[in-house]
Design a binder for this molecule. Sequence first.
Ligand SMILES: [Zn+2]
Ligand SMILES: [Zn+2]
Length: 151
Amino acid sequence: MSIDYSAMAFPKASWMQEKRQKKPQNKKAAPVQRKKKKKKHYKKVPSIMQHKDDKRCFLCMLLDNFYEEHAYTEEHHVIFGDDKWVSDAFGLRVNLCWRHHRETPAAVHKNQEHAELLMRIAQETFIEHYPDLDWMQIVGRNYLEVEDETT
Ligand SMILES: [Zn+2]
Ligand SMILES: [Zn+2]
């Protein structure tokens, strides 16, 4: 039940404030797409986690010690949902086999534990790669501390 209000003390950049505003439920009804404008500040950069041409599955290697290439892998945005642009802007993307991406109980889009495992690695990699940037100010959530949000 603890909410960390300390983050709110940071002066947020204007794009962060826009980010927090409720978006219209019906996208087609919104005449102005303000979000696009904001994202233009960032361009997509190559992944800092795994080369996009690497045909091995990040989670097969991590969880199953399986290092062979797959015929088919999919690029996964480790930070997804509303903050998916973060994965593009800072290169937080990995390659996953179909089993680890969407379709099975082990898939990151079905398995929160696996999704957050990748987010944790993404945060560690980010901090190493961008020592001058503030993860919390950009992403607003710390994945390094394992919190039980139900208590
Ligand atoms: Zn896999
Ligand atoms: Zn994905």
